[in-house]
Design a protein around this ligand. Sequence first.
Ligand SMILES: Nc1ncnc2c1ncn2[C@@H]1O[C@H](COP(=O)(O)OP(=O)(O)OP(=O)(O)O)[C@@H](O)[C@H]1O
Length: 358
Amino acid sequence: MTVAESAERPAGDVVFEVRDVSVTFDMEAGESRVLDGVDFDVYRGETLGIVGESGSGKSMFASSLLNAVVEPGRVGGEVTYYPEEGEPITVTDMSESELKAGVRWQEMAFVVQSAGSAFNPTMTVRQHFLETFAAHGVDEREGLKRAHEICRDLYLNPEQVLPSYPHELSGGMKQRVLIALGVVLDPEVVVLDEPTAALDLLMQRAIVSLLSDIKEKYDLTLVFVTHDLNLISLIADRLAVMYAFEFAEVGPTEQMLTEPEHPYTRALLSAVPNVSAPLSTMAAIPGSTPNPNDVPSGCPYHPRCPVADERCAREAPALDVFGEEHAAACHYPDASKREVRIPTAGPAESDEERGVDE
Ligand SMILES: Nc1ncnc2c1ncn2[C@@H]1O[C@H](COP(=O)(O)OP(=O)(O)OP(=O)(O)O)[C@@H](O)[C@H]1O
């Protein structure tokens, strides 16, 4: 196990310290940078929602936390994990076998969509649990006792679910089983990548509400990746918005929903169907997200941004995520707040004037 060199713990109760982390793929067209040197702190006990349009780098960020980026992606920079007790661990320095032996699932779990290869179709749910226990040296009887309890927490009947094969379960049940498998070894952190994307609206809501309950009961930190801002706003303490492979804005959920500063966050809020807002305030975001081989200069959002000027095309705004509760990577947050309306903010001012330089 690789222990981080710095004995100093960061300020605040940080569980993941992410420093200058990048993910790159070698492609025929050259190197593709799908996570671009991000700095971020995840706090112990929080529910952090990572949102953004498809292809913005959310999954890359989530998987880099556990050094679980898909092959042949390369992770650069450093992710340090601070367990509640014991020495910090540099996750990005660990090999796959070291991670599997001591960290993944026991300290941090990764829950993905139940579609795809998350299950082995030839094994019952019980066998999936037993395999997990065997891989981590957990006593079967003890493990199954906990599996029963967690299934019940997730409104699954263990007598029915454990002997079943994955195909015998509904989508919502399968997803809850994956969550139970993620939580069964008592990790500190659970990272969830679009865990409800394939489910209907009611089941999505039920699952986030159950997640919120088990987070409290088992004292978890949750990192939840989704493109569904409405859904994650129900349970997240903080929201972090990604655009073009980096973070555009981060802050407490309430502030992010009512007073977002980045024009992209504001556009995203306006693009989200919101039952309590008038339809006239809904607007698609013009243009499309950049592809990794063609990220615009300066602020990557500038070609789509209604308040951008030549400075934005030239100079990348920094995102100060340290010590700031709410931070946006934007040169003109005041102009953004004035000119990019959001559903709850009422009509935008007609004044076309740009705000003063920040
Ligand atoms: N195996 C791969 N090889 C090369 N590029 C990849 C690979 N997997 C993902 N990418 C690219 O990395 C970028 C970021 O992808 P990522 O999956 O993190 O986005 P996302 O924000 O999670 O999107 P979604 O909501 O659609 O899952 C995208 O441009 C994607 O095309």
